[in-house]
Every structure is written in structure tokens, then in C-alpha cells.
Write a new protein. Sequence first.
Length: 253
Amino acid sequence: MGSSFHLISAVLIFATGLAGGAWAMRAGASTSSRGELVIRMGAAMAGGVFLGAGLIHMLGDASDNLGRAFPDLDFPLAFAIATLGFVVVLLVERVVFRAASAATGPYAYILTMVLGLHSLLAGIALGIEGSAIVGLAIVIAILAHKGAAAFSLAVSFVKAGMARKRAWGLIATFSTVTPLGILIGSLLGSALPERPGEIVEGIFDALAAGSFLYIAAIDIIHEEFGEGEHSHIPAFAALLAGLCLMAVLAIFV
């Protein structure tokens, strides 16, 4: 993929993050019932996009790259690395994050770091990705989630009573992390020879796939399909739509 694709992707992702944060900062901590429904449906669809991007696109691409790099290795290396990515994000978000926030209270900063970890992995995977189809799938997945993540982040700042200038600084930082990851991945991809490049691309694709699966299963599906008074049928339809989008992308693009 060319540098123009990476540049356009970085600008779109950055703008989406700022837009999500701006929406929350303008609306405050409250939203209408219709707005909440739109957010829930958007989150559910993003869950399907992440699930499809991780399983259908990124994990398969990682397996192909690492299989070519290590043809004699009788071990599912890509799947093991994806599992590691899932477990590392689980450790950071649910163990380290909760312990640190309970002990010290810098919730906003830690939350920004946790969400930034997802964004950095996805950005590096996009920057180093050699396949246009997988790269497009990663961009769609990031765009589907970035605005919602920035919105949630900004809402937490508003609820905590954080000063607007500081909140905007953290939102801008969060929005910049993925473009930074794209730059790092692009530099790695251009600097490495073919075989090491395949290995590094496969590793980051697998790590990002594990991160995507975590976001889909734990951060989105678990939250959206938890107990509640509203029906889960619309959310399931939105989830299925996002998953089908990734499947169709794999077939026709």
C-alpha cells in the first residue's frame, strides 16, 4: 500500500477521534434516548466489524505471513501471538488499570493509556500491512470504533468535572496515537527486508487481531448484550451487519 493511503487513513482517523470527543464535550454527559439508541447500534455494529476484521482478515493474513516465513514450524504461531495480544490487553485493562485507578485515582489518564494501547497496535498493524484488502478492513474497523471510543473518553472527562482544556488535550493525544502507529508501522515496513518484514507484519497483525477480538468480545459485545430493559435484537442485527460487511469485503475486494 502506498504512502497516500496511509496519509489519508491517518487524517480520517484523527478527524474521527476529534469529532467523537467534540460531540461528547458539546452534549455534556447526557444524551437523548434516541441518541443513546444510535450509540448502542453504532457500538454493536463496530463490534461486528472488529470481530470480522480480526478473525476473517488479520488473523488469516498473519497466519499466511508467518507460515511463509517459517514453513517448517509445526506450531500455530499466529494464533498463539493473537492469544498473547488478547491476554496482554486483558491484563492492562482489567488488572493493571483497575488496580492503578483504585490506588491512585488518575482515572482519566489511565483510561487514555488503555484505549491508546488498542489504537497503537491497530495503527502499527495498518502501517506495516502489505495487503490492500486487509489494510482497508483495518481502516474500516478503526474508523468504526475511534469516534465511539473518543466519545466515551470525553464523557468520562465531563462526568469527572475535568477542565475543558485538559480534556481536549487528552482527546487530541488519543486521536494522535493511531496515526503515530501508522507512521511507526510504515517506517518498519520500508526499512526491513522482505522476510523480516513478513515476520514483523505477521506478528503485529496477530497482536492486533487479538486486540480486536478483545475489543469485540469484552468491551463491546459483553457490554451491549448484558442485562438490560431494552431488546437486544436491534443490537444483534447491527452486530451481524458489521460482521457481514467484513465478510463481503473479503469476497469482493
